[in-house]
Write a protein that binds this ligand. Structure first.
Ligand SMILES: NC(=O)c1ccc[n+]([C@@H]2O[C@H](COP(=O)([O-])OP(=O)(O)OC[C@H]3O[C@@H](n4cnc5c(N)ncnc54)[C@H](O)[C@@H]3O)[C@@H](O)[C@H]2O)c1
Ligand SMILES: O=C(O)C(=O)C[C@@H](O)[C@H](O)[C@H](O)COP(=O)(O)O
Ligand SMILES: [Zn+2]
Length: 354
Protein backbone atom coordinates (compact mmCIF):
# COMPACT_ATOMS: atom_id res chain seq x y z
CA UNK A 1 0.00 0.00 0.00
CA UNK A 2 1.16 3.54 -0.77
CA UNK A 3 0.23 6.65 1.20
CA UNK A 4 0.99 10.02 -0.38
CA UNK A 5 1.95 12.93 1.85
CA UNK A 6 1.54 16.25 0.04
CA UNK A 7 2.94 19.48 1.45
CA UNK A 8 3.23 22.93 -0.14
CA UNK A 9 6.87 22.43 -1.20
CA UNK A 10 7.31 18.68 -1.18
CA UNK A 11 5.41 15.43 -1.69
CA UNK A 12 6.46 11.86 -0.96
CA UNK A 13 5.12 8.38 -0.55
CA UNK A 14 5.12 5.96 2.35
CA UNK A 15 5.42 2.47 0.91
CA UNK A 16 4.01 0.01 3.44
CA UNK A 17 4.44 -3.58 2.36
CA UNK A 18 5.53 -6.82 3.96
CA UNK A 19 8.77 -7.85 2.26
CA UNK A 20 9.43 -4.41 0.71
CA UNK A 21 13.00 -4.39 2.05
CA UNK A 22 13.92 -7.06 -0.50
CA UNK A 23 13.19 -4.45 -3.19
CA UNK A 24 15.16 -1.64 -1.58
CA UNK A 25 17.53 -1.22 -4.55
CA UNK A 26 14.80 -0.67 -7.11
CA UNK A 27 12.95 1.57 -4.64
CA UNK A 28 15.96 3.88 -4.24
CA UNK A 29 16.53 3.89 -8.01
CA UNK A 30 12.90 4.87 -8.59
CA UNK A 31 13.44 7.97 -6.43
CA UNK A 32 17.05 9.07 -7.00
CA UNK A 33 19.41 9.15 -9.99
CA UNK A 34 22.75 7.43 -9.44
CA UNK A 35 24.87 9.27 -6.93
CA UNK A 36 26.67 8.67 -3.65
CA UNK A 37 24.74 7.47 -0.62
CA UNK A 38 25.60 7.12 3.04
CA UNK A 39 23.43 4.66 4.97
CA UNK A 40 23.21 5.72 8.62
CA UNK A 41 22.25 2.92 10.97
CA UNK A 42 23.09 1.57 14.42
CA UNK A 43 25.28 -1.43 15.24
CA UNK A 44 22.34 -3.74 16.08
CA UNK A 45 20.43 -2.97 12.89
CA UNK A 46 23.66 -3.10 10.89
CA UNK A 47 24.27 -6.69 12.01
CA UNK A 48 20.74 -7.63 10.99
CA UNK A 49 20.11 -5.70 7.77
CA UNK A 50 23.19 -3.61 6.88
CA UNK A 51 24.79 -5.90 4.28
CA UNK A 52 21.48 -6.69 2.60
CA UNK A 53 20.62 -3.02 2.16
CA UNK A 54 24.07 -1.83 1.10
CA UNK A 55 24.47 -4.62 -1.45
CA UNK A 56 21.03 -4.05 -2.96
CA UNK A 57 21.61 -0.31 -3.33
CA UNK A 58 25.07 -0.86 -4.82
CA UNK A 59 23.55 -3.31 -7.27
CA UNK A 60 21.10 -0.59 -8.29
CA UNK A 61 24.08 1.54 -9.40
CA UNK A 62 24.90 3.77 -6.40
CA UNK A 63 28.19 4.28 -4.60
CA UNK A 64 27.36 3.39 -0.99
CA UNK A 65 29.08 3.79 2.36
CA UNK A 66 27.66 2.96 5.78
CA UNK A 67 28.05 4.56 9.18
CA UNK A 68 26.82 2.68 12.27
CA UNK A 69 26.31 4.50 15.57
CA UNK A 70 26.15 2.62 18.89
CA UNK A 71 22.50 1.55 19.38
CA UNK A 72 20.47 3.64 21.81
CA UNK A 73 19.14 7.07 22.71
CA UNK A 74 22.58 8.26 23.92
CA UNK A 75 23.66 8.37 20.27
CA UNK A 76 21.02 10.96 19.33
CA UNK A 77 23.51 13.73 20.02
CA UNK A 78 25.44 16.57 18.44
CA UNK A 79 28.61 14.57 19.13
CA UNK A 80 27.34 11.75 16.87
CA UNK A 81 26.29 14.26 14.23
CA UNK A 82 29.75 15.84 14.27
CA UNK A 83 31.42 12.47 13.68
CA UNK A 84 29.08 11.66 10.81
CA UNK A 85 29.52 15.07 9.13
CA UNK A 86 33.25 14.36 9.21
CA UNK A 87 32.73 10.89 7.74
CA UNK A 88 30.53 12.25 4.97
CA UNK A 89 33.05 14.95 4.11
CA UNK A 90 35.79 12.30 3.94
CA UNK A 91 33.61 10.30 1.53
CA UNK A 92 33.35 13.42 -0.64
CA UNK A 93 29.58 13.67 -0.22
CA UNK A 94 28.13 16.65 -2.11
CA UNK A 95 24.75 18.33 -2.38
CA UNK A 96 23.75 15.90 -5.15
CA UNK A 97 24.20 12.96 -2.77
CA UNK A 98 21.84 11.40 -0.24
CA UNK A 99 21.42 9.93 3.24
CA UNK A 100 19.37 6.84 4.05
CA UNK A 101 18.27 6.21 7.64
CA UNK A 102 18.08 2.48 8.36
CA UNK A 103 16.87 1.86 11.91
CA UNK A 104 14.60 3.06 14.66
CA UNK A 105 13.61 6.55 15.72
CA UNK A 106 17.07 7.36 17.07
CA UNK A 107 18.71 6.68 13.72
CA UNK A 108 15.85 8.39 11.83
CA UNK A 109 15.89 11.57 13.93
CA UNK A 110 19.69 11.81 13.86
CA UNK A 111 20.11 10.95 10.16
CA UNK A 112 17.32 13.37 9.21
CA UNK A 113 19.02 16.09 11.23
CA UNK A 114 22.34 15.38 9.52
CA UNK A 115 20.80 15.26 6.04
CA UNK A 116 19.01 18.57 6.59
CA UNK A 117 22.13 20.37 7.86
CA UNK A 118 25.05 18.86 5.92
CA UNK A 119 25.86 21.45 3.23
CA UNK A 120 22.52 23.06 4.33
CA UNK A 121 20.55 20.06 3.23
CA UNK A 122 20.85 16.99 1.03
CA UNK A 123 18.41 14.27 -0.01
CA UNK A 124 17.07 11.85 2.57
CA UNK A 125 15.16 8.55 2.69
CA UNK A 126 13.76 6.69 5.69
CA UNK A 127 13.77 2.91 6.19
CA UNK A 128 12.29 2.53 9.68
CA UNK A 129 12.87 -0.83 11.37
CA UNK A 130 11.11 -0.44 14.74
CA UNK A 131 7.37 -0.36 15.30
CA UNK A 132 7.70 3.13 16.80
CA UNK A 133 9.58 4.40 13.76
CA UNK A 134 7.16 2.73 11.33
CA UNK A 135 4.07 4.28 12.92
CA UNK A 136 5.48 7.65 13.91
CA UNK A 137 9.05 8.93 13.71
CA UNK A 138 9.78 8.18 10.03
CA UNK A 139 6.77 10.21 8.91
CA UNK A 140 6.33 13.98 8.98
CA UNK A 141 9.84 15.38 8.94
CA UNK A 142 10.65 16.17 12.57
CA UNK A 143 14.37 15.61 13.10
CA UNK A 144 16.25 16.13 16.36
CA UNK A 145 19.17 15.54 18.66
CA UNK A 146 19.08 15.64 22.46
CA UNK A 147 21.37 17.84 24.52
CA UNK A 148 22.23 17.70 28.22
CA UNK A 149 19.62 20.44 28.71
CA UNK A 150 16.63 18.83 27.04
CA UNK A 151 15.27 16.07 24.86
CA UNK A 152 14.97 17.03 21.15
CA UNK A 153 16.23 20.52 21.96
CA UNK A 154 17.94 20.95 18.58
CA UNK A 155 16.38 19.91 15.30
CA UNK A 156 14.79 20.79 11.99
CA UNK A 157 11.66 20.19 9.98
CA UNK A 158 12.92 18.30 6.93
CA UNK A 159 10.86 15.85 4.95
CA UNK A 160 12.30 12.70 3.40
CA UNK A 161 11.91 11.86 -0.31
CA UNK A 162 10.29 8.54 0.62
CA UNK A 163 9.69 6.05 3.41
CA UNK A 164 9.91 2.26 3.02
CA UNK A 165 8.07 0.33 5.73
CA UNK A 166 8.50 -3.44 5.89
CA UNK A 167 6.80 -5.01 8.89
CA UNK A 168 8.96 -8.14 8.44
CA UNK A 169 11.74 -6.24 10.21
CA UNK A 170 9.61 -6.30 13.37
CA UNK A 171 10.23 -10.04 13.68
CA UNK A 172 13.69 -9.34 15.14
CA UNK A 173 12.54 -6.58 17.52
CA UNK A 174 12.78 -7.15 21.28
CA UNK A 175 9.43 -7.23 23.15
CA UNK A 176 10.22 -4.04 25.10
CA UNK A 177 10.75 -2.22 21.80
CA UNK A 178 7.49 -3.58 20.40
CA UNK A 179 5.70 -2.25 23.48
CA UNK A 180 7.18 1.22 23.14
CA UNK A 181 5.82 1.44 19.60
CA UNK A 182 2.43 0.41 20.94
CA UNK A 183 2.47 3.43 23.26
CA UNK A 184 2.51 5.77 20.25
CA UNK A 185 -0.21 3.68 18.57
CA UNK A 186 -2.42 4.04 21.66
CA UNK A 187 -1.66 7.78 21.49
CA UNK A 188 -3.00 8.01 17.91
CA UNK A 189 -6.14 6.12 18.86
CA UNK A 190 -6.70 8.23 21.99
CA UNK A 191 -6.37 11.58 20.20
CA UNK A 192 -7.84 10.83 16.79
CA UNK A 193 -9.56 7.53 16.13
CA UNK A 194 -12.24 5.48 17.84
CA UNK A 195 -11.88 2.96 14.99
CA UNK A 196 -8.24 2.41 15.85
CA UNK A 197 -9.15 2.30 19.55
CA UNK A 198 -11.68 -0.46 18.85
CA UNK A 199 -9.12 -2.35 16.79
CA UNK A 200 -6.63 -2.14 19.67
CA UNK A 201 -9.39 -3.20 22.04
CA UNK A 202 -9.92 -6.33 19.95
CA UNK A 203 -6.29 -7.47 20.27
CA UNK A 204 -5.41 -9.87 23.08
CA UNK A 205 -1.81 -8.76 23.48
CA UNK A 206 1.33 -7.53 21.71
CA UNK A 207 1.63 -10.69 19.57
CA UNK A 208 -1.94 -10.29 18.36
CA UNK A 209 -1.25 -6.67 17.40
CA UNK A 210 1.94 -7.68 15.57
CA UNK A 211 -0.05 -10.22 13.59
CA UNK A 212 -2.00 -7.23 12.24
CA UNK A 213 1.03 -4.95 11.97
CA UNK A 214 0.50 -3.68 8.42
CA UNK A 215 -3.11 -2.69 9.12
CA UNK A 216 -2.12 -0.89 12.31
CA UNK A 217 0.87 0.85 10.71
CA UNK A 218 -1.27 2.03 7.80
CA UNK A 219 -3.91 3.39 10.20
CA UNK A 220 -1.31 5.35 12.18
CA UNK A 221 0.49 6.66 9.09
CA UNK A 222 -2.83 7.82 7.64
CA UNK A 223 -3.60 9.78 10.80
CA UNK A 224 -0.11 11.27 10.91
CA UNK A 225 -0.21 12.20 7.22
CA UNK A 226 -3.49 14.06 7.69
CA UNK A 227 -2.21 15.95 10.73
CA UNK A 228 1.12 16.86 9.12
CA UNK A 229 -0.56 17.99 5.91
CA UNK A 230 -2.67 20.41 7.96
CA UNK A 231 0.14 21.71 10.16
CA UNK A 232 3.62 20.70 9.04
CA UNK A 233 5.38 23.19 11.31
CA UNK A 234 3.67 22.21 14.56
CA UNK A 235 1.81 25.40 15.36
CA UNK A 236 -1.64 24.01 16.21
CA UNK A 237 -3.19 20.76 15.00
CA UNK A 238 0.11 18.85 15.04
CA UNK A 239 0.65 19.64 18.73
CA UNK A 240 -1.92 16.91 19.45
CA UNK A 241 0.72 14.34 18.45
CA UNK A 242 2.54 15.50 21.58
CA UNK A 243 -0.09 13.99 23.90
CA UNK A 244 1.79 12.64 26.94
CA UNK A 245 5.12 13.94 25.67
CA UNK A 246 5.74 16.81 28.11
CA UNK A 247 5.96 14.49 31.10
CA UNK A 248 7.31 11.67 28.90
CA UNK A 249 10.27 13.68 27.62
CA UNK A 250 10.98 14.98 31.12
CA UNK A 251 11.07 11.40 32.43
CA UNK A 252 13.33 10.19 29.64
CA UNK A 253 15.81 12.92 30.47
CA UNK A 254 15.28 12.58 34.21
CA UNK A 255 16.02 8.84 34.18
CA UNK A 256 19.00 9.28 31.84
CA UNK A 257 18.49 8.87 28.08
CA UNK A 258 17.71 5.26 27.26
CA UNK A 259 16.77 4.12 30.78
CA UNK A 260 13.09 4.94 30.31
CA UNK A 261 12.39 4.43 26.60
CA UNK A 262 10.54 7.09 24.62
CA UNK A 263 7.42 4.95 24.37
CA UNK A 264 7.44 4.15 28.09
CA UNK A 265 7.77 7.85 28.87
CA UNK A 266 4.84 8.62 26.57
CA UNK A 267 2.70 5.89 28.16
CA UNK A 268 3.36 7.26 31.65
CA UNK A 269 2.98 10.84 30.42
CA UNK A 270 -0.42 10.22 28.82
CA UNK A 271 -1.81 8.71 32.00
CA UNK A 272 -0.31 11.30 34.34
CA UNK A 273 -1.50 14.32 32.32
CA UNK A 274 -4.93 12.72 32.01
CA UNK A 275 -5.10 12.29 35.78
CA UNK A 276 -4.31 15.97 36.21
CA UNK A 277 -6.94 16.90 33.62
CA UNK A 278 -9.57 14.80 35.38
CA UNK A 279 -8.74 16.46 38.70
CA UNK A 280 -9.20 19.83 37.00
CA UNK A 281 -12.58 18.66 35.61
CA UNK A 282 -11.16 19.16 32.11
CA UNK A 283 -11.61 15.58 31.02
CA UNK A 284 -14.55 13.19 31.45
CA UNK A 285 -14.14 11.07 34.59
CA UNK A 286 -13.09 7.51 33.73
CA UNK A 287 -11.15 8.40 30.57
CA UNK A 288 -7.81 7.96 32.33
CA UNK A 289 -8.88 4.53 33.53
CA UNK A 290 -9.68 3.46 29.95
CA UNK A 291 -6.28 4.69 28.80
CA UNK A 292 -4.55 2.95 31.68
CA UNK A 293 -6.28 -0.36 31.01
CA UNK A 294 -5.35 -0.21 27.31
CA UNK A 295 -1.69 0.49 28.07
CA UNK A 296 -1.54 -2.14 30.80
CA UNK A 297 -2.96 -4.76 28.44
CA UNK A 298 0.17 -4.21 26.35
CA UNK A 299 2.39 -4.32 29.46
CA UNK A 300 3.30 -0.64 29.35
CA UNK A 301 4.06 1.36 32.51
CA UNK A 302 1.64 4.08 33.59
CA UNK A 303 3.44 5.50 36.62
CA UNK A 304 7.01 6.15 37.67
CA UNK A 305 8.39 5.95 41.19
CA UNK A 306 11.59 7.97 40.92
CA UNK A 307 10.38 11.43 39.89
CA UNK A 308 13.08 14.03 40.39
CA UNK A 309 11.07 17.20 40.89
CA UNK A 310 13.85 19.64 40.06
CA UNK A 311 14.77 18.09 36.70
CA UNK A 312 11.14 17.49 35.86
CA UNK A 313 10.32 21.17 36.41
CA UNK A 314 13.43 22.22 34.49
CA UNK A 315 12.31 20.05 31.56
CA UNK A 316 8.88 21.73 31.53
CA UNK A 317 10.53 25.05 30.84
CA UNK A 318 12.29 23.63 27.74
CA UNK A 319 9.19 22.00 26.25
CA UNK A 320 8.42 23.50 22.83
CA UNK A 321 4.82 24.07 23.94
CA UNK A 322 5.93 26.36 26.76
CA UNK A 323 5.55 30.09 26.24
CA UNK A 324 5.50 33.02 28.66
CA UNK A 325 4.86 31.13 31.90
CA UNK A 326 2.29 28.74 30.50
CA UNK A 327 2.35 25.47 28.64
CA UNK A 328 -0.10 24.05 26.10
CA UNK A 329 -1.19 20.61 27.22
CA UNK A 330 -3.10 18.05 25.21
CA UNK A 331 -6.24 16.62 26.83
CA UNK A 332 -8.90 14.19 25.67
CA UNK A 333 -12.48 15.40 25.13
CA UNK A 334 -13.15 11.67 24.99
CA UNK A 335 -11.33 8.65 23.62
CA UNK A 336 -10.69 9.46 19.94
CA UNK A 337 -10.77 13.25 20.29
CA UNK A 338 -8.17 15.62 21.74
CA UNK A 339 -8.07 19.32 22.57
CA UNK A 340 -5.36 21.81 23.51
CA UNK A 341 -5.48 23.76 26.75
CA UNK A 342 -3.18 26.43 28.13
CA UNK A 343 -2.02 25.85 31.70
CA UNK A 344 0.17 28.06 33.88
CA UNK A 345 3.49 26.30 34.52
CA UNK A 346 3.14 26.97 38.26
CA UNK A 347 -0.24 25.21 38.32
CA UNK A 348 1.21 22.25 36.43
CA UNK A 349 4.03 22.06 38.99
CA UNK A 350 1.51 22.08 41.86
CA UNK A 351 -0.34 19.15 40.35
CA UNK A 352 2.89 17.25 39.71
CA UNK A 353 3.96 17.80 43.33
CA UNK A 354 0.74 16.12 44.47
N1 LIG B 1 10.59 12.43 14.63
C1 LIG B 1 9.47 12.04 15.19
O1 LIG B 1 8.37 12.41 14.77
C2 LIG B 1 9.51 11.07 16.35
C3 LIG B 1 8.35 10.41 16.75
C4 LIG B 1 8.42 9.51 17.80
C5 LIG B 1 9.64 9.23 18.40
N2 LIG B 1 10.75 9.86 17.97
C6 LIG B 1 12.06 9.54 18.56
O2 LIG B 1 12.35 8.17 18.26
C7 LIG B 1 13.25 7.66 19.22
C8 LIG B 1 12.80 6.30 19.69
O3 LIG B 1 12.79 5.45 18.59
P1 LIG B 1 12.88 3.87 18.74
O4 LIG B 1 11.95 3.43 19.77
O5 LIG B 1 12.75 3.28 17.38
O6 LIG B 1 14.33 3.65 19.37
P2 LIG B 1 15.71 3.18 18.75
O7 LIG B 1 15.96 3.78 17.45
O8 LIG B 1 16.71 3.39 19.83
O9 LIG B 1 15.49 1.63 18.54
C9 LIG B 1 15.27 0.82 19.66
C10 LIG B 1 16.24 -0.37 19.70
O10 LIG B 1 15.81 -1.32 18.73
C11 LIG B 1 16.91 -1.76 17.93
N3 LIG B 1 16.37 -2.11 16.63
C12 LIG B 1 15.93 -1.28 15.65
N4 LIG B 1 15.34 -1.98 14.67
C13 LIG B 1 15.46 -3.28 15.01
C14 LIG B 1 15.03 -4.48 14.41
N5 LIG B 1 14.32 -4.49 13.28
N6 LIG B 1 15.31 -5.64 15.04
C15 LIG B 1 15.99 -5.66 16.24
N7 LIG B 1 16.39 -4.55 16.87
C16 LIG B 1 16.11 -3.37 16.25
C17 LIG B 1 17.85 -0.60 17.93
O11 LIG B 1 19.17 -1.02 17.66
C18 LIG B 1 17.68 -0.05 19.34
O12 LIG B 1 18.51 -0.74 20.22
C19 LIG B 1 13.31 8.68 20.34
O13 LIG B 1 14.51 9.40 20.25
C20 LIG B 1 12.14 9.59 20.05
O14 LIG B 1 12.34 10.88 20.53
C21 LIG B 1 10.72 10.77 16.96
O1 LIG C 1 5.42 14.32 14.83
C1 LIG C 1 5.11 15.01 15.80
O2 LIG C 1 4.71 16.17 15.70
C2 LIG C 1 5.20 14.44 17.16
O3 LIG C 1 5.06 15.17 18.14
C3 LIG C 1 5.45 12.98 17.29
C4 LIG C 1 6.03 12.57 18.63
O4 LIG C 1 5.65 11.22 18.85
C5 LIG C 1 7.56 12.59 18.65
O5 LIG C 1 8.02 12.02 19.85
C6 LIG C 1 8.23 13.92 18.40
O6 LIG C 1 9.62 13.72 18.20
C7 LIG C 1 8.11 14.90 19.55
O7 LIG C 1 8.67 16.10 19.14
P1 LIG C 1 8.89 17.39 20.03
O8 LIG C 1 8.41 18.48 19.15
O9 LIG C 1 8.11 17.25 21.29
O10 LIG C 1 10.36 17.44 20.24
ZN1 LIG D 1 6.73 10.39 20.49
Amino acid sequence: MKIQLTLPHHAYQLWIETGALSQVGTWVKSLWTPQQIVVITDDTVNDLYGDQVVQAIEKAGFKVSLYAIPAGEQSKSLASAEKIYQFMAEQGMTRKDGVIALGGGVVGDLAGFIASTYMRGIHFLQIPTTLLAQVDSSVGGKTAVNTATAKNLVGTFAQPDGVLIDSNTLQTLEPRRVREGIAEIVKYAAIKSTDLWQLLDSFLDEADLLAHATEVIAACCTIKKEVVQQDELDTGERLQLNFGHTIGHALEQNAGYGVVTHGEGVAIGMVQISQIAEQKQEMPQGTTQLLKEMLEKFHLPTDYADWNEATLFEALSHDKKTNGGSIRIILLEKIGQAKLKKMPIEEMKDYLKK
